[in-house]
Design a protein around this ligand. Structure first.
Ligand SMILES: N[C@@H](CCC[C@H](N)C(=O)O)C(=O)O
Length: 276
């Protein structure tokens, strides 16, 4: 099978985006692993698939695959690229696009030629739904990682995130701690791990070790989770600029009971086809 795709990125978080509306596809985990492989395939942090909607009040089903072939519930940077992709492929002419993911509905709004805003929905803080093995919700959780007690926040943006406050992201031990926390027994679905340095009340620096992908240049849902945690701890204001290794995102969250909004750029890198 020859599969057409578009290679895109959102501040360096890179995607292979596939039109599953006009191309009818059944991608198996081994197909995803091949597409995502940076030596044997195209190479990307996630594979995104646009599918026809499964319900009348949305425009598309937005499917997200990690490089190990597993399916993720949410991908924020991918959502912005997805909006740009379905417009460029003329799959829709709308500027406000509603998509269903494994975690629910997201609304994507084309702001201008560069920026897309995504309504990422409300964060989930109940540990059982993240999921995190803890009996009740706490402001911070203590996680024993190889004998070291680490203070973390836990937030679901549809997908699970642990967030650690650090003094400097340049020296935050992401290579060592990222995989250990991702696979910690207390996160039964694994998790994405964000390392957040607070610069000002309206500015943070963030590095994210992503579930299955390792450290990426940016993680949109990770940026939202970090701001939610920082707001709940009283460290951050409602509007925050998040500086990631690949660029900046703007995150807005008024507080509990409200949805999180993320705004940032998208880029098309090239188009091609791959034989599976
Ligand atoms: N890059 C993403 C998140 C992709 C999914 C994540 N690795 C997971 O497994 O939850 C983003 O921009 O949000």
């Amino acid at each position: 099978m020859l599969l057409k795709f578009t290679k895109m990125h959102g501040i360096g978080n890179d995607f292979v985006v596939i039109d599953g509306v006009t191309q009818r596809l059944q991608l198996k985990p081994r197909d995803i692993m091949k597409i995502a492989d940076r030596r044997l395939g195209v190479g990307c942090d996630q594979v995104l698939l646009a599918e026809p909607p499964g319900r009348p009040d949305v425009d598309f089903f937005y499917r997200i695959y990690n490089p190990d072939g597993s399916e993720a519930e949410q991908c924020g940077n991918g959502a912005r690229c997805f909006a740009r992709f379905v417009r460029q492929r003329r799959l829709t002419q709308k500027r406000v696009i509603r998509v269903e993911t494994l975690s629910g509905i997201s609304e994507l709004r084309i702001v201008d030629r560069h920026q897309v805003e995504v309504d990422m929905g409300q964060p989930t803080l109940d540990p059982g739904s993240i999921p995190l093995h803890r009996p009740q919700r706490e402001q911070e959780y203590w996680l024993n990682v190889q004998g070291e007690e680490l203070s973390i926040g836990a937030v679901s943006m549809g997908n699970p995130h642990a967030v650690l406050r650090v003094t400097d992201t340049d020296t935050c031990r992401i290579e060592q701690l990222g995989p250990l926390i991702e696979h910690h027994v207390d996160f039964p679905h694994r998790c994405n791990v964000g390392f957040m340095q607070i610069v000002e009340r309206n500015e943070i620096r963030l590095r994210v070790h992503e579930r299955s992908a390792g450290e990426t240049l940016a993680c949109g849902s990770g940026a939202c989770a970090a701001v939610v945690y920082g707001r709940l701890r009283g460290w951050l204001d409602e509007q925050v600029t998040v500086q990631l290794p690949g660029g900046k995102l703007h995150i807005a969250w008024p507080g509990e009971g409200h949805t999180v909004r993320m705004t940032g750029p998208t880029a098309v890198v090239f188009e091609g086809s791959i034989r599976l």
